[in-house]
Design a protein around this ligand. Structure first.
Ligand code: AMP
Length: 183
């Protein structure tokens, strides 16, 4: 069976978000039956929802995976829990949030999974890193990420460099230090 391209959004605004995002990208590179193909820079931006919480750090990665959608969700939720995620208020602060943006061109609507992920078409902090790593990417309905970004409501974003060796443990594979590995 051919692997499926899955775009994953990462977000964090508690603890040390920059290194938590870096560690999460590393962890995603070790998921079973999965390859990390690309990782965006990290985007710092003010929170949606309650404003009395720290800024968020967001990023998007492209995985090539043999995991089924629910297997991928289970794996992401295991990483969230390992990072110390705990339930908070709606749109509230979190150590690590991992969302499946798209899974190939599939549309999925089940109790546990909505793909494409809700609200992606309007969220600049998702669309900007997504367009950075995959300018030609599309939603299943054919809308291009780059076009959605151009039309998205304004939302301040501060772009930091891609995850580099300084952010990560010393024994990482080379691929982790790259922003655009060859695909
Ligand atoms: P949140 O707190 O916003 O991260 O929501 C977590 C819940 O969203 C989990 O219970 C998931 O089952 C559900 N969920 C629905 N669709 C997705 C998706 N595309 N990616 C990740 N979680 C999802």
């Amino acid at each position: 069976m051919l692997p499926v391209d899955a775009f994953i959004a990462l977000g964090s605004n508690l603890g040390d978000p920059l290194s938590q995002i870096a560690a999460a990208i590393e962890a995603l590179s070790h998921l079973p039956h999965t390859q990390l193909m690309r990782a965006s820079k990290r985007y710092v931006n003010p929170p949606m929802g309650p404003q009395d919480q720290p800024d968020y750090v967001n990023a998007v990665v492209l995985l090539s995976t043999h995991l089924a959608p629910l297997e991928l969700l289970d794996a992401l939720q295991a990483l969230e829990h390992a990072a110390g995620r705990f339930a908070t208020r709606h749109w509230g602060e979190r150590v690590l949030d991992l969302d499946i943006l798209t899974y190939g061109s599939q549309i999925i609507q089940t109790e546990r999974l909505t793909i494409p992920h809700v609200g992606v078409a309007e969220r600049r902090f998702v669309l900007a890193p997504w367009a950075e790593i995959a300018a030609q990417a599309q939603l299943p309905d054919g809308r291009r990420i780059a076009d959605l970004l151009a039309a998205a409501p304004n939302h301040p974003l501060h772009v930091l460099p891609a995850v580099g060796r300084d952010d990560l443990a010393s024994n990482l594979p080379d691929s982790m230090a790259m922003n655009h590995p060859e695909t």
